[in-house]
Ligand binder design. Structure first.
Ligand code: SF4
Length: 385
């Protein structure tokens, strides 16, 4: 029997109840009718996809936007379309992102019945003042209610997103957010620093401050680079104390609860994105769907931006993405993939970075040291060819 490759599937739901003040994701507010129409278009896109036999699906990730704004039956029909079309692994990881302000008991029980076995809750902070500033639609109490309902419904694999380096945030308020979530015994935490993105209301307010910070100068409202780094160290320390291991620059999990879907991205396995603006990587060709909703709803999904990655780009990506993970990359796998000795391509780079204490090698693997993780932007940039 022909061997099939692993495949991750990403489903993009571009709707939110309200736009958060820092958000530059492809998401917008919508009416129920528009969401219904979109779900139909998504199902058509999945049904029309050909050439599925060479894969087996190891993970599905429903992201956004706010996937939990869809009606349960719409989510169910989207999942059914995938299950009818693709070979699914029996134990595939099926995640949906959810906004704590949109969860109900019915929705959570239905998700479980539909086979969703991992929930990713976008909380960001336990402080209502910070949540308000971010423009989130929920309070910490809403989150707690949703979290406990999810446990009751049988979710035993829950991620919570938290965000540091918020305007006015102190080391203590960050620590409190972390501790409160760790005490809930979550399986996974994603902890990212806020990035001030152009075109967002936060950019209007804080761009100047962010520039000062990036230049290493004193800023007024945003935590300084040093404070931001302090929060990162605290995250590493506290998650460790509560039995969560840092397995990627920004991700911490109990052993066995690492997000398989994201790991597949970092390992550059094939993935297929369905939905508005969704990206795919198939056989080293990167494709992107249209970002025009009207066009998408007319059935012109077109994985339209097509980029064939050169060998050099593939090698660089292998290093950039692979080294984000604690386990790093395997030089043996690198050589099998590129038919070139690893040392001929990166020998000098690795030696230089080892001398700086930024990378380590062991058992034919290369990985970042703690210092390398701290200085990951610099360290990873050295792998550009
Ligand atoms: S809920 Fe998420 S996707 Fe939606 S606006 Fe807020 S940050 Fe953006």
């Amino acid at each position: 029997m022909e061997q099939t490759k692993n495949l991750g599937i990403y489903i993009h739901i571009p709707f939110c109840i309200r736009k958060c003040a820092y958000c530059d994701f492809l998401s917008f507010t919508s009416e129920e009718e528009a969401r219904k129409k979109y779900a139909e278009s998504l199902i058509s896109e999945i049904q029309q996809f050909e050439d599925v036999k060479r894969w087996h699906v190891t993970s599905i990730f429903i992201g956004g936007g706010t996937p939990s704004v869809l009606k349960e039956e719409e989510t169910g029909r989207i999942l059914e379309a995938i299950q009818n079309k693709f070979n699914m692994d029996e134990d595939a990881e099926i995640t949906t992102e959810a906004n704590p302000g949109t969860l109900t008991k019915d929705k959570l029980y239905t998700y479980r019945r539909q086979g969703i076995n991992r929930l990713s809750l976008g909380l960001q902070s336990v402080h209502d003042k910070e949540l308000k500033l971010l423009g989130r639609i929920h309070t910490y109490d809403d989150f707690l209610k949703g979290f406990h309902l999810a446990r009751e419904a049988g979710f035993s694999n829950i991620n919570v997103d938290l965000m540091s380096a918020l305007p006015g945030q102190t080391a203590d308020s960050w620590k409190e957010s972390l501790l409160k979530i760790l005490r809930l015994k979550v399986e996974h935490i994603s902890a990212y620093s806020l990035i001030i993105e152009e075109g967002t209301p936060f950019y209007e307010k804080y761009a100047d401050d962010a520039k000062l910070r990036d230049m290493g100068e004193d800023c007024h409202i945003l935590p300084s680079e040093e404070e931001d780094r302090g929060m990162y160290y605290e995250t590493r320390r506290l998650t460790g104390e509560y039995g969560l291991e840092q397995y990627e620059i920004s991700n911490y999990a109990k052993p066995g609860y690492e997000c398989r879907h994201n790991q597949a991205y970092w390992l550059r396995q094939d993935y297929l994105g369905f939905g508005l603006g969704a990206s795919s990587l198939i056989d080293n060709v990167r494709l992107r769907n249209t970002v025009d909703l009207a066009q998408y709803n007319q059935g012109i999904f077109k994985k339209e931006e097509r980029e064939v990655l050169s060998l050099q780009e593939q090698m660089e990506e292998t290093m950039f993405l692979g080294l984000r993970m604690k386990g790093g990359i395997s030089t043996v796998e690198f050589e099998t993939a590129f038919h070139t000795p690893f040392s001929a391509v990166y020998g000098k780079t690795v030696l230089g970075l080892k001398n700086e204490g930024l990378v380590q090698t062991e058992d034919e693997r290369v990985f970042l040291t703690e210092k390398g993780f701290d200085l990951s932007n610099y360290t990873l940039a050295q792998f550009l060819l």
